[in-house]
Design a protein around this ligand. Sequence first.
Ligand SMILES: NC(=O)c1ccc[n+]([C@@H]2O[C@H](COP(=O)([O-])OP(=O)(O)OC[C@H]3O[C@@H](n4cnc5c(N)ncnc54)[C@H](OP(=O)(O)O)[C@@H]3O)[C@@H](O)[C@H]2O)c1
Length: 239
Amino acid sequence: MNSLFGKTIVVAGATGGIGEGVTKRLLQHGAKVVALGRNEDKLEQLRVYLSSSVDTNNLITLQVNLDQGQEGSREVYDKLKERFGYLDGAVVAIGTWGEANRRLIDVSDELWEQAIQDNLTSHFRTLRTLVPLLKTDGALIHLSGLSADSPYPGAGLIGLTNAAKKSLVLTMAAEQDSNGPRIYELIIGPIRTRERVARGVARANWYDPEDLGGFMSELIQGDTEAAQKPLHYMIQRGS
Ligand SMILES: NC(=O)c1ccc[n+]([C@@H]2O[C@H](COP(=O)([O-])OP(=O)(O)OC[C@H]3O[C@@H](n4cnc5c(N)ncnc54)[C@H](OP(=O)(O)O)[C@@H]3O)[C@@H](O)[C@H]2O)c1
């Protein structure tokens, strides 16, 4: 269980349904986890939730907005670097469904711009800040949905931003030289978040957020065959 002992890992989007479970599993594996979110109340709720099931001595919650222009990004970079130094790992589990539930032909200019901002520009800015913070043997893992690979009728804004995020992350991975940090794209199917379990809509063969955290631990450690490849899929148990 202590496979990440001594490692410092940032989780962007730690207050989300996936981020909280990933944070929990990384703490269970012995990492120091810096949980980032934009909302102080949600960060406090995260701490309360985790305190009931895991040792939170190694949990640091930090209110930070990673979705900023170059000047703001530089300030965030400096703040994280000064406080934590170079990182062993980073997980990017941000994103917003927003009002994506419509056919592309019905998407307004405003909605289009918002979706690109929330689900693509914000991810680019987050990677632009976090990748230079990684140790050369560190690793960043980014999440995208399965619609990165195939049409998603009725929610095309989500699908097309997933496809673009997949390209963004794999390109950044390819742009690292052989001594640079490792960058991974993890494509996921529907996840058994706490909120879905509580609503009774989570299926048994969906992965739990903690399962994602377990696989991420393996990638961050970097000594398995899987860690040699930048693209991974966790769609459904057994698939
Ligand atoms: N859940 C699934 O089944 C599933 C399946 C496929 C793909 N995904 C993708 O996985 C990611 C996380 O999903 P989730 O279910 O955990 O979502 P969620 O519960 O809605 O959480 C989203 C998290 O992202 C953060 N966030 C949103 N927009 C941000 C921005 N512009 N800048 C910084 N942080 C931002 C939120 O943080 P704040 O506290 O700061 O608001 C929140 O912590 C999303 O991209 C989602 O599309 C999820």
